[in-house]
Design a protein around this ligand. Sequence first.
Ligand code: UDP
Ligand code: MG
Length: 321
Amino acid sequence: MQPYAIKFLSVVIPVYNEQDNLPTLLERCKKVIEQLPVPAEVILVDDGSRDNSARMIRAAAREDGPFVAVILNRNYGQHAAVMAGFSRVRGDLVITLDADLQNPPEEIPNLMREAEKGFEVVGTIRMMRKDSFFRRFASRIINNIVRKVTGVHMTDYGCMLRAYRRHVVDTMLACNERSTFIPMLANSFARYTTEISVKHEERGAGDSKYSLLKLINLQFDLLTSMSTAPLRLLTFLGVIIATAGTLFAVALLVMRVIYGAAWGVEGVFPLFAILFIFVGAQFMGIGLVGEYIGRIYYDVRARPRFIIEEVVGQPTAETLP
Ligand code: UDP
Ligand code: MG
């Protein structure tokens, strides 16, 4: 691993209805950026906010400062918004963070220090996570599954405070898939990855922008985008269930022969139970296959992942390195 000298830093922040957090966020980011030894830009991506966020971002970008506004024409979701930001970065190191102040911008220099050691992806582990029990429980399970299936060791996939070297970002942009889970994708393109501990704070203002449904969708994105291993697991599980079922059927037949027809009639109920298990397993299987097919459907349509309506405060694309 070679040490790496950062020349220009790009920070990408997705924003969706965060008008109450933006003033503090902008101020704290500016302060951090001013103290950096390298030039930097902060790309604020407005993900179709319905409040004042877009106007505030535009105003910040018009001022002389590090801010760039990328306005999407509607809501595409956090990861698509980050991708839109990626498509406009000029820096050779890219750091993503959330707009809700759960990821302190003050951690940016720490991430840069790791990247300078030569790591291509710097992940983070949230110390003393300030989320609800349900959110923590859900991500613990997901993190465990991801670690097992991918073999890439990452303790905390959920935290978006991360640093990526430019080539990793460019490779992610070149990917055609629409159901992206960025931390996962990045790790599959990097040889040297590391993680550091960062502070995690209470959400500044407002509520989580993830409803239960959106959260479930994100977890399935993660599951289906990482590999087809869950499909294989399903087949494996199916074989086990079928074998057990067959053995059970044989046992029932034997009992029927030994104890006569009267026992068999009473055995109708256990049979129903077994049937229900099978039906359940099948539905689970079909549902999971459906998850893949649904995503294939999205991918073959190849619709744009996002549409950028407007960019404020950034030189034209020709000056990008
Ligand atoms: N976000 C977004 N589009 C969405 C949902 C969220 O750009 O459709 C942004 C949001 O503004 C925030 C980040 O993604 O900056 C993380 O969202 P949130 O804090 O609601 O997620 P949580 O912390 O609950 O995982
Ligand atoms: Mg949050």
